[in-house]
Design a protein around this ligand. Structure first.
Ligand SMILES: [Zn+2]
Length: 118
């Protein structure tokens, strides 16, 4: 199995309103998010790629247009925009475009990652 990954960055705010009032994530705050998309294939295409990294440009556009420097609660219309939830949302978006999509990982801080992998 071949696996490739590409990393994307964006900055955004969110607020996890369902948490107890003294939980720091219950207050509005921001992160410098890192998105890592992983794609996998048993065989390479005619150019020797799983997917050409350049073909992932629409994901860059999605992140820039819909997520970067926005309040994620407003973007998605709910208050459960955790890293886990965001990983699944980006995974589903990617999977409809690139069937090779195998996982999406999201980092909010240098020490934390959340992953969605079916
Ligand atoms: Zn947060």
């Amino acid at each position: 199995m071949y696996r490739i990954t590409k990393e994307f960055h964006f900055s955004a705010s969110h607020q996890l309103c369902r948490l107890q009032g003294d939980h720091p994530c219950a207050r509005m705050h921001g992160h410098n998010y890192i998105v890592e998309v992983e794609l996998a294939a048993e065989t390479l295409n005619e150019n020797g790629f799983v997917v050409d990294y350049l073909d992932l440009a629409p994901l860059r556009a999605l992140i820039d247009d819909r997520l970067d420097h926005r309040h994620l609660n407003e973007v998605f219309g709910h208050d459960m925009v955790t890293s886990e939830w965001l990983a699944r949302w980006i995974f589903d978006w990617c999977k409809t475009r690139w069937d090779q999509t195998s996982a999406v990982r999201i980092s909010e801080t240098p020490k934390t990652w959340a992953e969605y992998r079916p």
